[in-house]
Design a protein around this ligand. Sequence first.
Ligand code: ZN
Length: 555
Amino acid sequence: MRDEMIFKIRAYRRAAREIEENPQKIADIQDLKKLQEIPGIGEGIANKIIEISETGTCEYYEQLKKTVPVDITTLNSIEGLGPKKIKRLYDELGIQTIQDLEKAIKRKKLQALDGFREKTEQNLLRGITSYKKHRDRFRLDEALGYAQDFVEKLRSHPTTLNVEIAGSLRRRKETIGDADILISSKDPQVSMEFFTSLEEVSRILGKGKTKSTIEFDNSFQADLRVIDAKSWGAALQYFTGDKAHNIKVRKIALDKGLKLNEYGLFNKTGKSIAGKTEKEIYQKLGMQTPPAEIRRDTGEIEAALENKLPNLIEQQHIRGDLQMHTTMSDGINSAEEMAKKGAELGYEYIAITEHNTEGLEVAGGVSAKDIPDYIKQLKSSKAQKLSCKILAGLEVNIGKDGTLTVPDKYLEMLDFVLVAIHSHFRMSKNEMTKRILKAFDNPYVHAFAHPTGRLLLRRDPYEFDFETVCKKAKEKNILLELNALPERLDLDGESAKLAKEFGCKFCIGTDSHSTTQLENMKYGVYMARRGWLEKENVINTLSLKELENHLRQKK
Ligand SMILES: [Zn+2]
């Protein structure tokens, strides 16, 4: 916004990233020297960190905000707007807020600017609608982080008997409106008092004997309900399944002459016959207990009645991670560091999957002709000594016409070839489908990365015929990725379930840009579970040897 030197901007970005990745809470490091031991943090930034820790803000930032009276944070979360465009809109049209932007679009003022067209206006309008639709929702990782913090604090309180997250968060939905937390307590009043006085709470929206609602600074809300221990399972059942699931389960109870509600399962005389655990309730109804992630009435009830629930994949089945980036592009750790972390996580292998630079304007990557060197580097004797093996992979761009931006003779050298759409998102459904199918015809392709291209709460998927693509993936033996990056979670559960029905196989990759992000694997596993996937459906549950055999078959 202020035409500052690019190196200065980069220095702040790097520092922000390092702070984000630092395992220690940054506010706890109040020592100038210690702060400077963190890579990317010099004396200037270290001083500002201390100032922010102490006062909540810093002078420099407050000054900057005054010189640029633009709501950058909000404008920047609108798809199609980045800092450069925001600056021009401010300089040339005085746009400071989302309301200003809407007005200017309605009056067709943007079209008059150089480089803006009617189409740009339409795209931005779509971006604004999407932003408004999403602004009260939170990504799964954020919501789970907040709620789990709460739950841990409640758990450690002496009056607490039991505490659990319920609702869509327990079902691990990709985005969450608010959190439902259930508690049983020796002293409900004390629990409520404790909950509403936690330090994170910025507003108390409701406070009663059995239910309270609180809000954080960032507008995230959580409900706490006090449950009688003898109704614990009934309440957990009631507040976990989605509406359709619950209606159907209650009907099954009715058909058996029973009544199911949040207090228990009751017979005709009104006597409780189950309620302490979910399992005993489902058992009395003659069914297995469906895992929370699939309680959405998409077949789990019928399966549970026939004792045919799938054996859902678990985190412990994962033996490697199949997508990540390193310092060779915009990651902050080297391949070796990633492999060391992989070993810590108990993995047998990781695939480094840098971007190729052709046809993509992102931060670096590998150009086609450098692929032999890239592979040599990844397979260096030093790297091969690590217990977690490095596979040489590449995330190859699918060109506008469906051809790959790396020639076959280079693709052939790689262990693992992912293809992905990173540009030209707005095509007709038909054209986009053809583009993907054409890419699948390349004999060296192993997997299709982040298949729908969506960014949660930010960018909708591009349009294509999912079923046709699934059929082709099955035919050509191409894996569909479950991208575990919390901003993506792509495929989601519903799509994965559909693809499984078409006979597709899957790989889960964290798309990590640092060692810490390798821990995001759990989110990919949640999506896999929501999609009814079992161990056999996911390729990175294989041992290294089995995986190599599978990948080689392709060649
Ligand atoms: Zn990608």
